[in-house]
Design a binder for this molecule. Structure first.
Ligand code: FAD
Ligand code: FES
Length: 269
């Protein structure tokens, strides 16, 4: 059934900010997406190029921001866009993270850190303690470190890089294991590469801890019609992108293992 948020709206990019050598943040105005919650995503149409799903990184007085890594045709095209470029917006789509009080831990990898920054901003004043673990391959790819450091009061942010150029030299899961064994958390939120999400799911399951994870799948329609984003019985665009530990248990045989490719065949994640 058509809904207002599925109607495409044309809007101008009002600001472009470079976050790292491969990631830029684009800001535009949109009334509907200006009310989005952390975890929700937009379908951004680049006329003549493609339409792609992007997580909302921030909303502020009607301004909406997305942070985009250049990986292929559409995202590289975006990296050449300047303020004033017209784009089409549908959304916001999908569910959102459920706000938890008490002690929360957020674990982000790559551009998966973007929706978690949005969540961290909303939770910071409401939680007893907010901790963040962020991992990347190298220093240049660690995103939003200054903002996260401020939100975590400089104490509860752990960064890791695979090459040791910043933070601890290890995978994000190493300090996470130590943290989960040492401290009590009321909720753990994660978003990032699916192999990382799967590992974190296994770690929280072993310790019987609650988890919400945001997943990515190939998306075309964004509204539950085309089936390209399925994982088990779920459509990630409509039933997710945020899934609870109980839902992840139901799709454990696909999580971090396989997904549908653009031609509909099953491919490795
Ligand atoms: C819910 C959701 C939220 C996302 N949020 C962000 C974000 O905040 N920032 C960000 O940089 N990226 C995000 N992505 C991934 C982003 O959509 C893809 O990087 C983008 O579509 C790639 O398009 P391309 O033409 O540049 O690359 P392509 O040449 O099409 O592909 C390059 C890579 O991106 C993957 N990809 C391609 N199309 C899609 C698609 N429609 N959906 C998912 N993956 C795809 C391919 O598997 C391939 O590995 C998100 C994806 C989903 C599903
Ligand atoms: S993208 Fe079409 S059903 Fe999810």
């Amino acid at each position: 059934m058509p809904t207002a948020n599925n109607a495409i709206r044309m809007t101008e990019i009002v600001n472009v900010r470079t976050e790292s050598p491969t990631v830029k943040t684009f800001t535009f105005t949109d009334r509907l997406c200006g009310k989005a919650k952390p975890g929700q995503f937009v379908m951004l149409w680049l006329p003549g190029i493609d339409e792609i799903p992007l997580s909302i990184m921030d909303v502020n007085n009607g301004l909406v921001s997305v942070s985009v890594k250049a990986v292929g045709d559409a995202t590289r095209h975006m990296h050449n866009m300047e303020a004033g470029t017209l784009v089409g917006v549908r959304g916001p789509f999908g569910n959102s993270f459920i706000e938890s009080r008490g002690r929360v831990l957020l674990v982000g990898g790559g551009t998966g850190t973007a929706p978690l920054l949005f969540l961290a901003k909303q939770l910071s004043a409401k939680t007893e303690r907010l901790s963040f673990v962020e991992g990347a391959k190298t220093k240049d790819e660690l995103l939003f470190v200054r903002e996260l450091d401020g939100i975590c009061s400089g104490k509860n942010l752990i960064t890791t890089t695979e090459d040791g150029t910043a933070g601890l030299q290890c995978l994000v899961t190493q300090p996470l294991g130590e943290l989960l064994d040492k401290e009590r958390f009321d909720m753990i939120y994660t978003c990032g590469p699916e192999v990382m999400v799967k590992k974190i799911f296994e770690m929280t399951e072993q310790r019987k801890l609650p988890l919400e994870a945001s997943l990515e799948r190939l998306m075309r329609c964004g509204i539950g019609l085309c089936g390209s984003c399925v994982i088990g019985k779920y459509r990630v665009c409509r039933d997710g992108p945020v899934f609870t530990a109980a839902q992840l248990r139901e799709v454990a045989d696909e999580l971090g293992i396989s997904k549908l490719g653009f031609d509909g065949s099953r491919i490795p994640v």
